[in-house]
Design a protein around this ligand. Structure first.
Ligand code: DCP
Ligand code: CA
Ligand code: CA
Length: 357
């Protein structure tokens, strides 16, 4: 399929954490709302995760120190993040959106790329489809999304950000250059702050400036990235929408050499499994919220039991305590156990605000 035939959507939820909080607490609607660290009357440490559009008018944005937010907007409603709720809502939104796509790629907690090339015939139908997705999310989740439609991921991503909130921006192949040209180079996905400063020194401020700049000079300054930036500035992006398989859970189980009813031996095996699971989550920089116990008796009778904790954790103590609590009711002198297993799920990466469902 040629580049010009693709139609790609980028969907991004509007002020996601605060939108979910407003939905859960209608009484705060219309007020400035900030989700993040505890402001502690202006002495709090940590940062703003996100703010709603009312708080943004006062200058409060993601990443701002919470003490600074307090100075700008002391009257705001300050809330701690409720990750498990955001994960659940995100999961529901992704399920809705996935249905509309030939190929689907989740890209963070509140956004995704959809390749709808063979679902629609041209941009008019594409726009209709994007409206349908927005209204299904609105109807089922009570939340607004912004969608960008374009011939590739880059253009779709920039377009979804173009008219927020509740936006829908369609950029046809022939409009790409004109659409991108006036925007800041910062809008290009891989242009970080340092690169932005260097480009400014060259007199390159907008994407149009970058597109017009000599590609070989960019390559000599930035290496391969320079070449890539130049392609992106011209709206060229051949990358595919790819379904990525993230880690959904981490688990370990053990089958005893011989079926056993010895509760000490079973508990010890369970503790060791917890150690392995905990190590793995730590290595992968994951926090978990759900713990599942699996137990198989002789003759293969198998039970699982899950518990979702009221917090995200990666502590061994939390894992061992909860796994043990779920195991104890199954232990009887006269019931031989063949296998035990421990699984953690509802994972969140501590490295990025990226979700691994
Ligand atoms: N987030 C965070 N810390 C950041 C950026 C984001 O914790 N520095 C979280 C909170 C956001 C969510 O990720 O609600 C999604 O991030 P977005 O960048 O998409 O921002 P929002 O959805 O909040 O706002 P917008 O309407 O601009 O998309
Ligand atoms: Ca968003
Ligand atoms: Ca986002």
């Amino acid at each position: 399929m040629s580049e010009s035939q693709r139609i790609i959507f980028h969907l991004d939820m509007d002020h996601f954490y605060t939108a979910v909080e407003e939905r859960e607490r209608p009484e705060i609607k219309g007020k400035p709302v900030i989700v993040g660290a505890d402001p502690k009357g202006g002495k709090g440490r940590g940062v703003v995760a996100t703010s709603n559009y009312v708080a943004r008018k006062a200058g409060v944005r993601s990443g701002l120190p919470i003490s600074h937010a307090w100075r700008l907007c002391p009257e705001a409603v300050y809330l701690p993040p409720n990750f498990s709720l955001y994960i659940k809502v995100s999961d529901e939104i992704m399920t809705i959106a996935r249905n509309y796509a030939n190929k689907f790629e989740q890209w963070g907690i509140d956004e995704a790329f959809l390749d709808v090339s063979s679902k629609v015939n041209g941009y008019v139908e594409a726009e209709d489809l994007a409206r349908q997705i927005k209204s299904e999310i609105k109807e089922k989740e009570g939340l607004t999304a912004s969608i960008g439609v374009g011939p590739n991921k880059l253009v779709a991503k920039v377009a979804s950000d173009f008219q927020k909130p509740d936006g829908l921006t369609v950029v046809r192949d022939e409009e790409v250059e004109v659409f991108l040209a006036p925007l800041s180079v910062r809008k290009l996905l891989w242009v970080g702050r340092k690169t932005e400063v260097k480009l400014k020194e060259l007199g390159v401020n907008t994407i149009g400036d970058l597109a017009a700049y000599d590609a070989s000079t960019l390559t000599s300054m930035f290496g391969v990235m320079g070449w890539q930036m130049h392609l992106l500035a011209r709206g060229i992006d051949k990358s595919e929408v790819e379904e990525r398989v993230g880690v959904k859970s981490v688990s370990h189980e053990t089958t005893f050499e011989e079926d056993t009813a010895d509760s000490n031996a079973i508990l010890q095996a369970l503790n060791e499994l917890c150690v392995e699971v905990q190590k793995e989550t730590e290595n992968q920089h994951l926090l978990f919220k759900t713990v599942t116990l699996k137990i198989r008796f002789e003759h293969f009778e198998t039970h699982t039991k899950s518990k979702t904790l009221p917090f995200l954790t990666n502590r061994l103590y939390d894992l061992q305590k909860n796994a043990k609590e779920m195991l104890l009711p199954y232990l009887h002198e006269d019931r031989k156990v063949r296998l035990v297993g421990v699984r953690v799920s509802s994972l969140v990466s501590t490295e990025k605000q990226k979700i691994l469902l």
